[in-house]
Design a protein around this ligand. Structure first.
Ligand SMILES: Cc1cc2nc3c(=O)[nH]c(=O)nc-3n(C[C@H](O)[C@H](O)[C@H](O)COP(=O)(O)O)c2cc1C
Ligand code: SF4
Ligand code: SF4
Length: 288
């Protein structure tokens, strides 16, 4: 890897040295020196911070490095994106063009990753029959649990469980399951919400910070999709089911050695939310 300074452009401010936490750039006699290129994790920070465009880094794509534009940023717009985004569960039966999906995922690629590994991957499924099969497989677990807990010993055990574990999250979903089943049998999809696109965000099966990396990217997908007039919904049930079901992992074709850490559906919302939502006051602990 070649990383060098264009000496004629450099006015040695040493911002590159201060910025490089990898320790690749170091200071010698008041000038930046590329001391250890093998430590570089391609974070782009030196290139991004250099006010004189004096650094040439051959492992980075110069086409992607452009001047930042703070005038485009307003806190009001960002807050509107975050406050106005809703989980969308009713979609228009309209395809999302592949280039739109790609551009949203491309932006999510600018999310932070631990040690700048950039090892988040995406599986996109738009095929209607595969989406239906995934929904059916996940909802099948709900049907099974409902059948097991509605009669005989299962019902007795479930009632006992409710007394020893009040306010459990299983109850939250099992209580209305009879209704969900009746609605599903009429054609409603409670799992993927009949969305035209499913995005699985995956990382390596083993190692640290993969769940964090994938979920930060997922959050950026949700916010950017909203800003572009699309709707998304995080599908935790599918993430959970994928942990336990090999047939389901085969159905979504999780790449070998990878694990899905976040699942989202995406599409054009059937209608808009005219108002923002109400939220609990965040619990903040200030420590002196
Ligand atoms: C980790 C996680 C898992 C979720 N799982 C589901 C899910 O399986 N199905 C669903 O319809 N919504 C799911 N949601 C969406 C939440 O219900 C939703 O974010 C919450 O009710 C707040 O609504 P809002 O997203 O419109 O602000 C999930 C959200 C998160 C963060
Ligand atoms: S940031 Fe740019 S101008 Fe400043 S010392 Fe480094 S290379 Fe030179
Ligand atoms: S790209 Fe990042 S790690 Fe590599 S030399 Fe520049 S600042 Fe250091």
């Amino acid at each position: 890897m070649s990383i060098r300074v264009l000496e004629d452009r450099c006015k040695p401010c040493l911002l590159c040295v201060r910025e490089c936490v990898a320790g690749a750039w170091r200071e010698e006699n008041g000038r930046p020196v590329m001391a250890a290129p093998e430590l570089c994790n391609r974070c782009s920070h030196c290139v991004a911070v250099c006010p004189r465009g004096a650094i040439v880094h051959d492992a980075l794509d110069p086409q992607q490095v452009r001047r930042t534009d703070r005038d485009l940023l307003t806190p009001e717009i960002y807050a509107e994106i975050v406050r106005g985004r809703r989980s969308i569960r009713q979609f228009r039966p309209k395809e999302v063009p592949a280039d739109v999906i790609e551009s949203i995922i491309e932006l999510a690629g600018h999310s932070p990753t631990a040690s700048n590994r950039q090892n988040v991957g995406y599986t996109v499924i738009c095929n209607r029959s595969r989406l239906n099969a995934i929904s059916k497989a996940v909802f099948g677990v709900g049907r099974w649990l409902h059948a097991q807990t509605s009669k005989g010993v299962g019902r007795w055990l479930y009632r006992l469980f409710k007394t020893v574990s009040p306010a459990n999250s299983l109850e939250r979903y099992l209580e209305p399951m009879g209704y969900y089943i009746a609605e599903t049998d009429k054609g409603r999809d409670y799992v993927l919400h009949r969305a035209p696109v499913l995005i699985l965000v995956h990382g390596p099966r083993k190692g640290a910070f993969h769940a964090e990396n994938c979920n930060i990217a997922a959050a950026n997908i949700m916010n950017y999709a909203h800003a572009r007039g699309l709707g998304t919904c995080y599908i935790g049930f599918l993430c959970l089911a994928l942990k336990f079901s090999r047939p389901l992992r085969r159905l979504v074709q999780t790449p070998k050695g990878r694990k899905v850490y976040a699942c989202l559906v995406m599409g054009y919302p059937a209608y808009r939310h005219a108002f923002t939502a109400s939220r609990k006051k965040p619990a903040i602990q200030w420590i002196a």
